[in-house]
Design a protein around this ligand. Structure first.
Ligand code: 6PG
Length: 246
């Protein structure tokens, strides 16, 4: 009988019994990674995911684990954004402002939200790419990218069968979601796969089939195409999301 590790070779799998245990495990791993990195470089560049899954993690990072990180040296970026004002309930920026930025009083110069105020979303995508190029230069070598996955296998706002999934040059593109808010901005695979490390956080039985399709079947879903050259993505799963791997 193949072990789960053998069936999902090519990925680094970390499974916790519950969503709460998973959030603690990821927070601990992040605190360690940030501290190790800041011992040898000035800043840590962290890409945050939207949606509901990471909220528990963000709240832990801003409370129980806040002392473990020199947050003044951490720069926040977004993996994707809904094309709505930053105070809109669906805004990923608003989610992070409420759970991380305000509680930790992060300096504004360390926070790099995706712009959503321009009339033309593609102009905003180019503006954000310019900000990334100003920060990174030639390659967007993010220290850590946090991603979620939808039940359809999308990640960030790279949805199946959309133009953004085909983009191989630009670092930021306009995404098209099948649900409101449909217009999005998203990092592309060109940016995601340049990262030093990627963590996927996936919880819940509703994601189990997509997890199996990505990790075992290698179905060409967007989440399966995040394969940074710097190292295996770490898939952090709760027991429910991992249930189809056996
Ligand atoms: C977003 C996210 C998106 C999310 C998945 C999973 O803007 O919604 O970036 O990619 O990670 O849709 O969402 P849940 O965590 O809410 O299941």
């Amino acid at each position: 009988m193949e072990t789960v590790a053998e069936r999902t070779d090519g990925y680094d799998l970390r499974i916790a019994d519950t969503a709460d245990q998973l959030a603690h495990a990821v927070a601990e791993a992040m605190v360690q990674k940030v501290s190790q990195t800041l011992a040898r470089q000035a800043h840590f560049s962290l890409v945050l995911s939207g949606g509901s899954t990471p909220q528990r993690l963000y709240r832990l990072l801003a409370s129980e684990y806040a002392q473990g990180v020199e947050w003044q040296r951490v720069h926040l970026f977004w993996g994707d954004e809904r094309y709505v004002p930053h105070d809109h309930p669906a805004s990923n920026y608003r989610l992070v402002r409420e759970t991380l930025i305000e509680p930790l009083q992060l300096p504004a110069e360390n926070v790099h939200p995706m712009p959503t105020h321009l009339a033309v979303p593609d102009d905003a995508a180019r503006l954000y790419e310019g900000e990334l190029r100003a920060f990174f230069g030639e390659t967007p070598r993010f220290d850590l990218v946090l991603l979620g996955m939808g039940a359809d296998g999308h990640t960030a706002s790279l949805f199946p069968n959309t133009a953004a999934v085909q983009e191989r040059e630009r670092w930021v593109a306009v995404g098209e979601a099948p649900v409101e808010p449909r217009r999005r901005l998203t990092l592309t695979f060109a940016a995601l796969n340049a990262a030093k490390m990627v963590y996927f956080l996936v919880i819940g039985a509703d994601k189990a089939e997509a997890v199996r399709r990505v990790l075992v079947e290698r179905a060409p879903l967007p989440a399966a195409l995040v394969l940074p050259s710097a190292g295996k993505p770490v898939w952090w799963l709760d027991r429910d999301a991992a249930q189809a791997l056996w």
